[in-house]
Ligand binder design. Structure first.
Ligand code: PPS
Length: 291
């Protein structure tokens, strides 16, 4: 374990947020006991984690299990490596759903038995960058960055938490897992079809009404106004913020990067994207009007 800076700690080449990670959990991660009916959501930060947490928790819990209506999404679908509420994962009843930002090489090895279903949700990295920039400057446990240009430099350099390595690693090792790749933009462009694809992969059949309910409760507007479906309460009251004007669900759209990146920054991004994403044939959508 290396010391990286006052906000981060590095474990086996990957940076973790110091205030919310427990290194002992990371040390035991490889042996973490997986159940066949567990479900995992894997994301690089700011790629649609909470959205997928909400969708899966609605598919699994609403109407299917009692007494979950007052539990926040983050506790229904906890983060494997950031157990902020000290839940006893071994005692959770099945099916358990976990989310994680871990790179492929740090996840529990039981996932490689390929019984457990895993989703990899990805988002075009220019929107990830902008979302991450705002988030880091808002939440006190992250390192604030003065300018977008500095943040862009760190993002493209990617030391310790590289978007390019994360997605490439998961993509190139996809055959080791029972995994489905789905993009944030797919969810945004056609939420209903995406929920259906998710249900198919999970082998879950919902009635039309149940499907409608999942879609209705997973829209940006609904989640933004539902305190259980966004982290505003936890972040504002327990984690701490630098300003009170932001929200976890900020814009929720495709192409916000166009409002922030200069032509030069965009060209720099494109050049590195082209180089680092060679032979990764995943489709990216950069604009809300793109098909
Ligand atoms: S985190 O911190 O990694 O868990 O963040 P994550 O949840 O992955 O990403 C947050 C961004 O996802 C957007 N979001 C949504 N967009 C559209 N519809 C819905 N329902 C939705 N829910 C979350 C959220 O607004 C963040 O993106 P930005 O661009 O900052 O708005």
């Amino acid at each position: 374990m290396d010391k990286t800076n006052e906000y981060l700690v590095n474990f086996k080449g990957h940076n973790f947020v110091k205030d919310v990670v427990n290194i002992e959990d990371l040390e035991k991660m490889e042996e973490f006991e997986i159940r066949d009916d567990d479900v995992f959501i894997i994301t690089y930060p700011k790629s649609g984690t909470i959205w997928t947490q909400q969708i899966l928790s609605l598919i699994y819990f609403e109407g299917h299990r009692n007494n979950t209506e007052n539990i926040s999404t983050v506790d229904r679908v906890p983060f494997l490596e950031y157990n902020i509420h000290n839940l006893d994962y071994a005692k959770m009843s099945s099916p358990r759903i976990f989310s994680s930002h871990l790179p492929y090489y740090l996840v529990p090895k039981g996932l490689k038995e390929k019984k457990t279903k895993t989703f990899y949700i990805y988002r075009n990295p220019k929107d990830v960058l902008i979302s991450y920039f705002h988030f880091s400057n808002w939440v006190a446990i992250f390192e604030a960055t003065d300018t977008l240009d500095q943040f862009l430099g760190k993002f493209l350099d990617g030391k310790g938490n590289c978007w390019f390595d994360h997605i490439r690693g998961w993509y190139e090792h996809r055959h080791d897992f029972n995994i489905m790749f789905l993009s944030y933009e797919d969810l945004k462009k056609d939420l209903r079809s995406s929920v259906l694809k998710i249900c198919n992969f999970l082998e879950k059949e919902l009635s039309e009404e149940e499907l409608d309910a999942v879609v209705r409760q997973s829209t940006f507007e609904n989640m933004k106004s539902d305190p259980l479906a966004n982290y505003n309460y936890i972040i504002n009251n327990k984690i701490g913020v630098r300003n009170n004007d932001s929200h976890f669900l900020r814009k929720g759209t495709i192409g916000d990067w166009k409002n922030h990146l200069t032509v030069e920054q965009n060209e720099r991004f494109d050049m590195i994207f082209k180089m680092k994403m060679k032979n990764v044939p995943l489709k990216f959508i950069w604009d809300i009007n793109e098909q």
